[in-house]
Design a protein around this ligand. Structure first.
Ligand SMILES: [Zn+2]
Length: 292
């Protein structure tokens, strides 16, 4: 009996190790629709994952992006897909639906957050978003590759600490500058401006720019008047959504000495999400502090 039990135990162990080595075919293939989600995934996954980010060029208009066949091909091998949702990357939902794969897992930021339809889609600038996405990434990776669970949890702890540090900086700025009027050419920075307690003016105009439609003459008049009469302390300028109207706005802001904070939708190369956001926060704080 004892011998039999031992053999049975050994067999079970063999099967178990065969199963786990199957599950842990590394690296885990991840496709992220946007590079800031891809960056968080690689920080959590480390050497156990391979991440491909689709939107990774801060010179391109992401709202106008159309997926090429190579994106569809990348998705056929993906074990985990991360995307924004909220109609920011509608091409991703279409591709996932067109090529169903039962073993592929997907994380949609807007689903995790319960973003209502029609809301500002630039969710990653909301300080509540990335900690939740990071937790979801660690949990999905642990399910795909259980042997890596401790490593994923450990890396998640570091990512969450860095994101907590950002919240601390945000709270400091909010404490000093709540209610400060600001404006923007496009709503990319809207959630962060809200978290900083800043009062964002001209929002309907920003939505028109985002949707590549013409703002109305009265919207343009009110916006330019804000700049010319110095009703705002910062112009947030989205260089990824640039046209003759936004360039003209930039000129007016420069002429009237309104500090311009450059923001992009896509994370510039060579940065991590945390360093990208904290660089923008330092820029804002310095520009607000420089004004009487
Ligand atoms: Zn945008």
């Amino acid at each position: 009996m004892r011998v039999f039990a031992k053999i049975a135990f050994a067999t079970t162990m063999l099967i178990a190790s065969a199963a786990s080595s199957l599950a842990a075919s590394l690296p885990v293939q991840i496709v992220a629709a946007e590079n800031f989600y891809g960056d968080i995934a690689s920080q959590i996954g480390g050497t156990r994952v391979k991440v491909q980010s689709i939107l990774n060029n801060p010179e391109q208009d992401p709202h106008m992006f159309e997926a090429s066949p190579s994106v569809a091909r990348a998705l056929t091998h993906a074990q985990l897909v991360i995307y924004n949702g909220a109609d920011y990357d509608p091409w991703m939902a279409k591709l996932l639906a067109a090529a169903p794969a039962p073993d592929r897992r997907a994380i949609g930021a807007s689903q995790i957050l319960g973003t209502p339809p029609g809301a500002n889609p630039h969710l990653w600038y909301d300080p509540q978003t990335m900690p939740k996405v990071a937790i979801a990434i660690a949990s999905q990776l642990s399910a795909i590759d259980p042997e890596g669970r401790i490593s994923y949890q450990d890396n998640l702890t570091h990512v969450l600490q860095a994101l907590e540090q950002l919240k601390h900086t945000i709270a400091l700025i909010r404490g000093r500058y709540t209610g400060t009027p600001v404006t923007a050419t496009e709503p990319v920075f809207g959630y962060m401006a809200g978290a900083l307690g800043l009062t964002m003016r001209n929002q309907p105009l920003q939505l028109a720019v985002m949707n590549n439609t013409e703002p109305s003459p009265s919207q343009i008049g009110a916006f330019e008047n804000d700049l010319k009469t110095r009703q705002v302390r910062i112009l947030f300028y989205n260089s990824q959504e640039e046209d003759s109207f936004t360039r003209r706005a930039k000129g007016i802001a420069e002429e009237h000495h309104i500090p311009i904070v450059g923001v992009t939708e896509t994370m510039p190369e060579g940065l991590h999400f945390q360093t990208w956001i904290s660089g923008q926060l330092s820029d804002i704080e310095a520009k607000l502090a420089s004004q009487p």
